[in-house]
Design a protein. Structure first.
Length: 267
């Protein structure tokens, strides 16, 4: 990750939580501890954050605690062409009249551009997805109650939700922090709690994950590969990851991240 992008991630992280630890920032940027320490020192000298023991904090710390993971504004710029192609392929699985769940995330958000002419019932915990569909489509939109986390652009509640528990979906479309042999991984306990409740309301779980997510790791496992019906990814997927999904019986859709977002292969 380039220095400018690392600095964006660090500054966004300190605005999303009381203190961004060095360990958190290493995970977010995929760089070394020494590099993060140098970045923090440089940003401290520039007067853009405050260096503290073990990490950094904002000059004007946020009142609301944030979620673990990179902010939406940072993630949406990463691998954007692949995300658009993946989202287009996901939208092609949707049919008028079907109820679906779209979980909050930068890849799932790209689906909204391909759903404007559809008429479905869409449950989403993404404030951005809900807003776009309300203003640009005839889809019925349902959102849960809870707190809006601005940095991740999602609505979450630690108490679960009555609406979510009564919403049936043909398919749920979801992104992830990482995807490996242990299953689907996420970074924040509250996100895991929220997504577990939604997964149980859907017949099929469709994972939207660009090929970099197969290298992503987290200590929190959302579900095993056996719960996933389909993974949609780009052509950068490694052969060992293809084999892993095939062995688990997961349908794999690989898309071309070019302008048309065409499907390269379906396994």
């Amino acid at each position: 990750m380039h220095e400018t992008e690392r600095h964006r991630v660090i500054l966004a992280a300190v605005q999303a939580r009381p203190v961004a630890t060095i360990s958190d920032l290493v995970d977010m940027t995929g760089t070394s501890e020494a590099t993060i320490r140098r970045d923090i020192s440089a940003l401290d000298v520039q007067g853009r954050l405050r260096r503290v023991r073990g990490g950094a904090e904002a000059l004007n710390p946020p009142e609301q605690g944030g979620l673990v993971g990179r902010p939406f504004a940072v993630n949406e710029t990463i691998n954007i062409e692949a995300k658009r192609a993946i989202a287009r392929a996901a939208a092609e699985l949707c049919h008028d009249g079907e109820p679906i769940i779209i979980n909050g995330g930068t890849t799932t958000y790209q689906m909204v551009h391909y759903l404007t002419n559809r008429r479905m019932s869409v449950f989403t915990n993404s404030f951005g997805i809900a807003e776009h569909l309300l203003h640009n489509s005839r889809n019925s939109v349902v959102i849960p109650g809870g707190t809006v986390y601005r940095e991740q652009n999602v609505i979450l509640s630690p108490f679960g939700g009555v609406v979510a528990s009564h919403f049936y979906a043909k398919r749920m479309f979801i992104g992830c922090q990482g995807l490996g042999r242990h299953g689907l991984m996420e970074a924040d306990p509250m996100v895991v709690q929220s997504e577990l409740a939604l997964i149980n309301q859907a017949e099929e779980l469709i994972v939207l994950a660009d090929s970099s997510k197969f290298s992503g790791r987290s200590s929190l496992i959302l579900c095993g590969l056996d719960r996933i019906a389909t993974v949609i990814t780009d052509g950068g997927i490694r052969e060992e990851d293809r084999a892993m999904l095939e062995k688990a019986g997961v349908n794999l859709v690989v898309v071309d991240a070019g302008e048309q977002g065409t499907i390269q292969s379906v396994a």
